[in-house]
Design a protein around this ligand. Structure first.
Ligand SMILES: [Zn+2]
Length: 293
């Protein structure tokens, strides 16, 4: 059970979001800066995302009438303009996902420059500032939270302190969290990427996705929030996306769910909080000021 459930629009039982992180081949360039550009296999694996998977995913969304969220590094916005244009044309949200997928903890103390470079790419290519952020590899630092508040972001979607959206409060202000979890992320079941240190046994499509659907059933029963954190080059592949598409058709036909982009879900959370119809839990940040020993 969830002790402080959020009432969803039109009495829906569960808020749902399928969020794609369109990393493309940024991963190999940031992890192998000297020779990544010569590694054609990982480049090709990443390029499959914007070139083959994204059009397929967008077609499903168009057919089913869904608007969803994509998180895209600034470098990918610049290098894959056709995919970006198609995503925007479909009415979907594009959130901030770093410049070239740099890990914020590795660049600790120096996040402002890549963060703001990515913001400028959003303004130039998407024509708007993003409202949401997801940290590459989920590594949000207090420095990043401060940058998000300074730049007027509504939400982060990288942290794990609750099942449903919550507030984060710092001395600088407030930010909402649309919480993620490894149980609804496609990296563990589907990623196999030796060059960046992931040697995982790839699960079959049905086995890899089965855990996600169990997560959905629990959230649905509790009136919660179900979000997938997936990648076009992994879950957008033919056999996997076929199963996701079938699942979507079934859920839309048989369940009372509210699919929306995260920015809309965040707006709703804010409105019910202001109306006093939901109690949104607050986490005070930073958790620690000094190393704990
Ligand atoms: Zn990513």
């Amino acid at each position: 059970m969830i002790l402080n459930p959020i009432p969803w629009p039109n009495g829906a039982k569960c808020a749902c979001a399928i969020t794609f992180d369109m990393d493309a081949d940024s991963l190999i360039h940031v992890s192998r800066p000297n020779d990544g550009h010569q590694r054609l296999y990982p480049i090709s694996m990443g390029r499959y995302g914007p070139t083959v998977a994204v059009p397929r995913i967008l077609e499903t969304y168009r057919r089913l009438g869904l608007k969803q969220s994509f998180f895209i590094p600034g470098w990918c916005l610049e290098n894959y303009p056709d995919a970006v244009e198609a995503i925007l044309k479909g009415g979907h949200e594009i959130g901030h996902h770093g410049w070239i997928h740099e890990d914020p903890i590795v660049t600790a103390g120096g996040q402002r420059e890549p963060f703001e470079k990515a913001l400028r790419a959003h303004e130039k290519i998407c024509g708007r500032r993003p409202k949401g952020y997801r940290a590459p590899v989920y590594n949000v630092t207090p420095e990043v939270v401060d940058l998000l508040i300074e730049h007027g972001f509504d939400y982060d979607s990288s942290l794990m302190a609750d099942d449903i959206p919550y507030r984060m409060k710092t001395d600088a202000g407030v930010l909402y969290e649309m919480p993620v979890h490894w149980g609804t992320d496609d990296w563990p079941p589907f990623a196999h990427y030796d060059e960046i240190g992931y040697m995982m046994p790839v699960r079959s499509p049905s086995a890899g996705l089965a855990g996600f659907w169990e997560e959905f059933e629990a959230q649905y029963e509790a009136g919660g929030f179900f979000m997938l954190i997936v990648h076009p080059f992994l879950t957008g592949r033919l056999a996997r996306w076929r199963l996701v598409e079938q699942w979507l058709e079934n859920i839309l036909n048989s369940h009372d769910v509210w699919f929306a982009p995260l920015e809309e879900i965040c707006d709703h959370v804010k409105s019910v909080e202001q109306a006093g119809t939901a109690k949104i839990r607050t986490e005070n940040l930073p958790y620690y000021d000094i190393p704990q020993k």
